[in-house]
Design a protein around this ligand. Structure first.
Ligand SMILES: Nc1nc2c(ncn2[C@@H]2O[C@H](COP(=O)(O)OP(=O)(O)O)[C@@H](O)[C@H]2O)c(=O)[nH]1
Ligand SMILES: [Mg+2]
Length: 253
């Protein structure tokens, strides 16, 4: 058994194919006679999310006890998460003790980019998995000096769907949308924009070449998430990044 989160060796591959609830003891299985495949699917999803939420609460308690401010960066592939992190770490890395967890299905390309900034980084490859979960994060932070860590960035797998459902124990989800993706993405992927507290509208340096309507995009984001904070940035030129830093520092304190 793992001493960090209490997982057993079979946990990672457990497919819950009988729809059992696993609360650490055996009990009457309320789904034993379920034959409707849709109902069975919902039951399995509920199991997975309940387990994830439990582990996320553990992560949150750990981060809280160590005074670690954790941000979960989510977006579609290529919106600029890693580039935003590279610049943010260059600009804030000397003020705060930072660390990064890099989630990708394959390769350690992003971890190599982050390591070049001098900040400790841990790569998590999810294989076929389309999101990070709280269990992966729980193990990934194990390697960091948590007593001295102040700011933890988690770059999620590029995907605007699944990461919305998986709490990692972070303080805030930060969704990155780049102006090349079209202003309607908040309406198309409302769960993600609803789950995020902050939206970084990235690649604003490209606006002169595009028809992208910034105000329309912000209005669409606020329609699905009225309280969402929106910062317009270019992680390439650095434009707008100081406003993002100001928010980050005030939210940490
Ligand atoms: N023009 C422009 N390109 C950017 C900006 N941010 C990122 N990129 C480019 O977008 C591509 C994907 O960026 P990356 O950070 O790897 O995205 P990720 O997949 O979300 O981590 C790279 O070629 C970056 O150089 C930006 O603000 N402006
Ligand atoms: Mg990346």
């Amino acid at each position: 058994m793992c001493t960090t989160c209490g997982c057993g060796p079979d946990d990672h591959q457990h497919n819950h194919e009988h729809g059992h609830h696993h609360h650490g003891h055996h009990e009457a299985d309320p789904h034993h006679h379920v034959t409707d495949p849709a109902a069975k699917k919902i039951s399995i999803e509920t199991d997975i999310l309940a387990k994830n939420n439990r582990l996320a609460q553990g992560n949150r308690a750990l981060f809280g006890s160590k005074n670690i401010f954790a941000l979960n960066l989510v977006s579609s592939p290529g919106s600029g998460k890693t580039t935003i992190l590279e610049r943010t770490l260059k600009d804030l890395g000397e003020k705060f003790h930072c660390a990064v967890i890099e989630g990708d299905q394959q390769t350690d390309n992003d971890a190599v980019r982050i390591a070049a900034t001098g900040v400790p980084v841990k790569q998590v490859n999810t294989g076929a998995g389309c999101h990070l979960d709280a269990h992966m994060v729980c193990h990934a932070v194990d390697g960091f000096d948590l007593d001295n860590l102040e700011l933890l960035f988690i770059e999620n797998v590029g995907n605007l769907v699944c990461p919305a459902s998986f709490d990692l124990g972070e303080n805030h989800k930060v969704v990155v949308l780049s102006v090349t993706e079209g202003e309607d993405k908040p309406l198309k992927y409302p769960q993600m924009f609803h789950a995020a507290d902050v939206m970084l509208l990235n690649k604003t340096d490209l606006l002169p070449h595009l028809d992208f309507d910034v105000e329309k995009c912000k209005e669409m984001a606020r329609r699905v998430s009225p309280g969402i904070l929106i910062f317009e940035v270019s992680s390439k030129t650095g434009a707008g990044m100081s406003v993002w830093y100001d928010w980050l520092i005030s939210a940490m304190r």
